[in-house]
Design a protein around this ligand. Structure first.
Ligand code: SF4
Length: 182
């Protein structure tokens, strides 16, 4: 089976790697996809699984901002982080994780390589090595990545998970190369 043109390799990427339009206001670094990383993924011939954006699904595109209030990106990240740590968004993150893990298991069962997952460092939701708390980037994972890791552990699924940042394309490419070569 599956002896056609496919590479039998897939990678999971945070939604905004392919679609910066989903970012919180004032935080997009590209018009659409993260150009360099997306090009490298295309060149590697790896299938790209775009993870749903938990913040967009729970808080909407405007993240329920108070439109009449002057805000800063830092305080908005704090506010979003608090809202995403409530019960309903956690259940949503669990559902997204469950669905992704089903797909990962299907690929693995059929002899495909799941290269890993790329999240977004500094995000209160999709951060991997760093997240956002109390007005600053801090060590640790965002709520979605935490829940995804817990669900992976429960189901005995192992894949490498790394974080990148749109503002640092060279470091993002280096991280992607490490994943592709591991
Ligand atoms: S980091 Fe995660 S929550 Fe934030 S825009 Fe990207 S996909 Fe959505």
């Amino acid at each position: 089976m599956f002896t056609d043109a496919r590479s039998k390799k897939v990678i999971l990427v945070s939604h905004c790697i392919l679609n910066q339009n989903a970012k919180i206001d004032r935080c997009a670094s590209y018009p659409g996809a993260m150009r360099e990383v997306t090009q490298a993924l295309l060149d590697a011939g790896v299938g790209i699984i775009q993870i749903p954006c938990p913040e967009l699904l729970f808080l909407g595109l405007d993240r329920r901002v108070e439109k009449d209030k002057e805000t800063m990106v830092e305080s908005e990240d704090d506010r979003v982080g608090v809202l995403m740590n409530k019960t309903v968004p956690k259940v949503l993150c669990g559902k997204i994780s469950y669905d992704l893990i089903y797909q990962i298991k299907q690929y693995q069962l059929n002899g495909f390589t799941v290269v890993g997952m790329l999240g977004i460092n500094g995000s209160p939701t999709c951060g991997v090595e760093t997240t956002w708390e109390n007005g600053k980037e801090t060590d640790g994972s965002g709520i979605f990545i935490k829940i995804f890791k817990e669900e992976c552990a429960d189901q005995g699924v192992k894949i490498p998970i790394r974080g990148i940042k749109a503002q640092d394309p060279q470091a993002a490419l280096d991280t992607l190369k490490e994943l592709l070569n591991s």
